[in-house]
Ligand binder design. Structure first.
Ligand code: PLP
Length: 443
């Protein structure tokens, strides 16, 4: 085998080479077509090969691709920050641009801590997150993530941040049932604050709908209102990690709109540029910025490529495309069509325990037995087998496995927002064939 130089996720394994993409399809150099039912990593929201974005990219490259944020600003970066603020339903937000979702959540963490420092409360420096969560792979973001598999190697180096129980109703960690539970999982946040002391806590971070760390775990409608009240009562900032859910994916521009809650900080990434360029953002509400504006007047963070004009121009073009083609509404209507088809499919497949999610951020959880909800042992590798079977049939799916103390099987079903009903029909057909194939193999 030819010597390799690119570090890929699994070393020594052959990877197909993609030559081109159009809409929801990718094409490899061997003539194989893939239906991208995961939008890559829930990223390619507007599909591949959109001419308007390619044109915007070329136009900005023709002007200037890079300016350094400590020396200059640029029209696309200024415009994008205003655009993001305009997209939120309520108060104004500032934006700090970074290059990945991990940097966006980590920057949110740093800004939250700085906010309290500038208010003379430097001991408020811990961030509470939830047990089943993923906020990124950098050390700060990983410190706030509950994802056991991704933390394992670095645990001794991570900050010791507390975690609380997630709103995982299908498999309630508190063995309760909604609505009689009165959302006891939110009370777990209040209990943690009391235990640790609000004077040590800067913020609480949560994905509005949990992505890879469990599979489209969707809380009850009134969960976030209760969470926000607990945060406000205790002087704790609320960070919404909308890296996966943001910019239309769930059928609202921001998933937090489903719950009628305005976060103090929002992390964005993935769908913000739909993968056409690396860019992400930390959005910060006016009242969080206020003590910084009156104090040091400088957010203590930054990357060489922050606020890159080329990336900002691309993200602007993507957002305009989403608006111009009503793709937020499409995520809602296509999502309703897709979840109904998945639920019908699930009836005849006993290893499907739950189908859930909002808009086009959906998931299927697999179990051994529907009554006991018993998990498959991790060595059965059910998620990997289903994803591999689908891949061979030309269908791309995203894993959300190993989130329950290293076990648990789920896949995300999250195609580009431009998917048509006919393409959804094909997706469900290929997915059903893949799941049935694995079901036969394991029985
Ligand atoms: N936050 C959430 C909710 C994510 O799903 C991810 C990535 O999957 C991240 C943060 C990290 O983003 P990135 O991989 O761009 O660093």
């Amino acid at each position: 085998m030819k010597r390799e130089h690119l570090i890929k996720p699994v070393l020594g394994q052959p990877y197909a080479i993609i030559r081109s993409g159009k809409g929801v399809f990718l094409y490899d150099d061997q003539g194989k077509t893939y239906l991208d039912a995961s939008s890559g990593a829930i990223t390619a929201g507007i599909g591949h090969g959109v001419q308007e974005v390619i044109d915007a990219m070329a136009e900005q490259a023709g002007k200037v691709s890079f300016v350094y944020r400590s020396q200059f600003t640029s029209e696309p970066a200024e415009e994008l920050a205003k655009k993001l603020s305009d997209l939120t339903p309520g108060q104004d937000y500032w934006s700090f641009f970074v290059n990945s979702g991990s940097e966006a959540t980590e920057t949110a963490m740093k800004i939250a801590i700085q906010h309290w420092q500038e208010r003379g409360l430097p001991s408020k420096n811990k961030v509470i997150s939830r047990r089943m969560s993923y906020h990124g792979i950098t050390m700060g973001a990983l410190s706030m993530s509950g994802h056991a598999l991704r933390r394992r190697r670095f645990i001794s180096l991570l900050a010791d941040y507390p975690v609380v129980e997630p709103p995982y109703c299908y498999r309630c960690p508190l063995q309760k049932t909604y609505p009689t539970c009165q959302i006891a999982c939110a009370d777990d946040l209040a209990a943690a604050i009391q235990r640790i002391g609000a004077e040590h806590i800067a913020a609480f971070i949560a994905e509005p709908i949990v992505g890879a760390a469990g599979g489209a775990i969707t809380p009850p409608d009134d969960y976030y209102k209760k969470i926000k009240t607990i945060c406000e009562l205790n002087n704790i900032l609320f960070i919404a990690d909308e890296v996966m859910t943001g910019i239309g994916r769930t059928g609202k521009m921001f998933a937090m709109e489903h719950y009628g809650v305005e976060p103090d900080l929002i992390a964005l990434g993935k769908g913000m540029s739909a993968g056409y360029t690396p860019i992400a953002a930390t959005m910060v509400k006016d009242h969080v910025m206020a003590p910084i504006l009156q104090g040091s007047r400088s957010v203590m963070s930054g990357h060489t490529f922050s606020a890159n004009p080329q990336s900002a121009a691309v993200a602007l073009a993507v957002i305009r495309y989403i608006e111009g083609h009503h793709l937020v509404h499409a995520a809602h209507t296509r999502g309703s069509y897709l979840i109904a088809k998945l639920q019908t499919m699930a009836v005849g497949i006993p290893i499907i325990g739950d189908v859930r999610g909002k808009g086009l951020l959906l998931a299927i959880e697999f179990i051994q037995d529907r009554v006991s909800k018993q998990l498959f042992p991790p060595e059965a590798a059910i998620t990997t087998r289903i994803i591999d079977a689908a891949f061979h049939k030309g269908l791309l799916m995203y894993p959300a496995a190993g989130a329950i103390d290293g076990a648990g099987d789920a896949i995300l079903v999250a195609p580009p927002l431009v998917i048509t009903e006919a393409e959804i029909d094909l997706l469900v057909q290929l997915l059903e064939e893949s799941i049935r194939q694995v079901m036969v193999e394991i029985t």
